[in-house]
Design a protein. Structure first.
Length: 431
């Protein structure tokens, strides 16, 4: 049999006979020719089986192939500019690996619930494959960026004795005789690690039992969380905009075909890299009120507010300095205005909402101690976190970038559920 190659590498084999190993995506037939569209994970190629050019067995075998049947196809690689991908295979041989019986996902339209019930199969369509490729490249870009700037990756625990964000969203579980929670964020552990290594980041799953059924919420999502010693609020924002710019540039460069498959308007993405606009929470409230929103200073933003605010710009928008009372206990108050904190949310353009949340952290022992009282945080489980403010405390900042929200935005997805292979959403744990 001719050597096995990837469909994505066919351009290196024009004029030679090769074998591809894959699955039948689609098929058209005239009496004398079968056109087999075969995919192998690296691409899709049309394989042309001409009755007069192959043995009767091979022609018959190709006729037996049904959608998603697995097969090895060998043939001569021919350049064809009309073909999707630019190449075709003139078939010389076919080996059936398995015939798929009545594959449930046809080339017709299917409802979302049906597709979600068949997520294990839905992943095979070119669109879903493209999203998973972009996801992998987004991760690679994040690691490239941070690893090249002196960050060390540190892995925080998944099982924790305490919460980091809103306590109403905790997943509780038994840890032998103790109560434990699935992590909402690795931040507090990253703060400890930053005091050892200077600049660190974590990348892992986070769990939020949010009773939110929106296009932006997952129950289990992945977050990258950089944490940096001796970095203040302003530098925190600069690092965030550089990271997000780098990710977008990397995807534009490495995922051209995938973005094309997704029908993404790449002109919009091309406008992203650079420094991002900034707006204070105060100005955001004033702008919203002027534009007919019923909102007051002290209220948190909902999706419509974020969409409207970010809709004014081509680039992500930072909203800075939120009211202290609506943000997390660990955020550093603005020294000139303690009613606001040195934090920012980065809102993606085109209605995707908050993709990054970050802040400068409280470094002062007394102040953090007071916050513990105000928020009724149990001393026993948080004692170690206070310790960080007793032994060489320094100004430090960090942020969390939600991977799936970032992917949903970059890919132009309607809903965040497509940004992860097996989404965990409200009331859905299957497959
Ligand atoms: O704003 P959040 O809650 O911030 C934190 O957890 C901080 N401790 C991070 C840090 O400073 N190290 O979450 C950060 C990001 C959000 O901006 C969003 O992109 C994503 O995580 N996120 C979610 N993504 C999908 N589904 C959810 N339910 C999400 N909740 C947060
Ligand atoms: Mg947030």
């Amino acid at each position: 049999m001719a050597p096995v190659v990837n469909i994505g590498q066919l351009h290196q084999h024009v004029g030679s006979s090769v074998t591809i190993e894959g699955w039948l995506y689609n098929k058209r037939s005239s009496g004398k020719i079968h056109f087999l569209q075969v995919r192998d994970g690296t691409g899709l190629v049309q394989c042309v089986v001409v009755k007069s050019a192959v043995t009767p067995e091979i022609f018959e075998r190709s006729g037996l192939l049904t959608q998603e049947s697995s097969c090895r196809v060998s043939g001569l690689v021919r350049q064809d500019d009309r073909a999707p991908g630019g190449y075709e295979l003139d078939v010389e041989g076919i080996e059936i690996v398995q015939i798929a019986q009545e594959y449930p996902i046809t080339h017709k339209e299917h409802g979302v619930d049906f597709l979600m019930d068949h997520r294990h199969l839905w992943l095979r369509v070119p669109r879903q494959r493209a999203i998973m490729r972009v996801r992998a490249e987004v991760q690679r870009a994040i690691f490239d960026f941070l690893d090249n700037r002196g960050f060390t990756r540190v892995d925080p625990p998944i099982l924790t004795p305490s919460s980091c964000e809103d306590t109403t969203e905790l997943f509780q579980t038994k840890y032998f005789d103790e109560e434990a929670y699935l992590t909402q964020s690795g931040q507090m552990y990253m703060e400890a690690a930053a005091m050892s290594l200077g600049r660190v980041y974590s990348f892992g799953p986070c769990f939020r039992a949010e009773k939110s059924k929106t296009r932006r919420h997952l129950i289990e999502f992945w977050m990258v969380e950089p944490e940096m010693a001796y970095v203040d609020h302003d530098e925190n924002l600069r690092i965030q905009e550089q990271l997000v710019s780098h990710v977008v540039e990397h995807v534009l460069h490495h995922c051209e075909a995938e973005l094309h498959t997704l029908g993404r308007d790449v002109e919009k993405l091309a406008k992203v890299p650079g420094s991002f606009p900034r707006m204070s929470y105060d100005d955001a409230i004033a702008w919203l009120r002027k534009n007919g929103f019923d909102i007051e200073w002290g209220d948190d933003f909902g999706a419509p507010h974020e969409t409207a605010l970010a809709g004014q710009y081509d680039q992500p928008l930072f909203i800075e300095r939120y009211p202290t009372k609506i943000k997390a206990f660990y955020m550093q108050p603005d020294p000139l205005r303690p009613e606001v904190v040195l934090c920012a949310d980065m809102l993606a353009p085109e209605g995707y909402g908050e993709i990054v949340g970050g802040s400068q952290r409280i470094a002062d022992y007394e102040l953090l101690n007071t916050r513990f009282d105000e928020h009724h945080l149990p001393r026993d489980t948080y004692a170690w976190y206070l310790d960080l403010r007793r032994y060489g405390s320094v100004p430090h900042s960090g942020f969390g970038l939600g991977l799936e929200r970032t992917i949903a935005w970059i890919c132009g997805l309607e809903h965040i559920r497509e940004a992860i292979a097996f989404p965990r959403t409200l009331y859905r744990l299957y497959p």
